[in-house]
Design a protein around this ligand. Structure first.
Ligand code: O7M
Length: 216
């Protein structure tokens, strides 16, 4: 079954913990990014891991020189099960993160093409090359857009067995039915606002989980 990753981009600690408690029955993984960590601190990652016992991925889209990437990965992977990085900074920068992740048995997920309209400007033209780099480096996952199913398909064909983590369903208007025809078991959809901003995050998470179970 395709998995459900909750993007927990709320900026209030109590709200975050409440949403995790409410939705945990229906989600497989939680993505924590800058909004929540900057509003609280990095220890929120540990707290949410302990509370939920789900896979926790830190979305810091790390994009620096190798020695700085290494420091960010060390700090993050004390608590998180995986970290998201950019590939456009080059092979050495991604490898620096992979080395830290391997020592700790954690995941590295690399961004290829992003889901927002602006990604067609600079990212789309190099996204297939980034997908090839992800495959060459043997990263644990790649991020590819649910907002452009044709691009999602192309990137999936390039990366083969590597799992796909795909944002864009819900608030960004991605077509879940089309996306589920492309994704396979152990791939993930990422859903944020249409769960945490909904009247009932629990019911919304449940609805997505059921759609994934029934393949729409
Ligand atoms: O469902 P949403 O639109 O509220 O949230 C989507 C989440 O996925 C949010 O955390 C974004 O920062 C993230 N995301 C994208 O929306 N598009 C991308 O191309 C990449 C990401 C992402 O998670 O990158 C790792």
């Amino acid at each position: 079954m395709v998995k459900l990753m909750l993007a927990l981009d709320v900026m209030d600690k109590n709200k975050a913990l409440e949403i995790v408690k409410e939705t945990s029955e229906y989600i497989d993984a939680i993505k924590i990014g800058y909004p929540l960590v900057l509003a609280t601190d990095l220890k929120i990652v540990k707290e949410i891991k302990e509370l939920s016992n789900k896979e926790i991925i830190c979305d810091f889209k790390v994009a620096d020189i190798p020695s700085t990437n290494e420091k960010i990965a060390k700090l993050t992977l004390q608590y998180a099960d995986g970290i998201i990085c950019h590939g456009f900074v080059g092979e050495d920068s991604v490898k620096a993160i992979q080395n830290i992740a391997k020592e700790n048995n954690k995941k590295v997920i690399m961004v290829t093409e992003m889901s927002h309209p602006g990604a067609v400007m600079f990212m789309q033209p190099i996204a297939n090359e980034l997908a090839k780099l992800a495959k060459k480096l043997g990263v644990d996952g790649v991020v590819a857009p649910s907002t452009r199913p044709e691009r999602l398909k192309e990137i999936k064909e390039i990366v083969g067995e590597i799992s796909i983590i795909s944002p864009g369903i819900g608030a960004q208007g991605g077509d879940l039915e089309k996306v589920l025809r492309i994704l396979s078991n152990d791939d993930y959809i990422i859903v944020g606002r249409s769960i945490y901003n909904s009247e009932s995050p629990k019911e919304s998470a449940k609805m997505y989980k059921e759609k994934l179970k029934n393949n729409f």
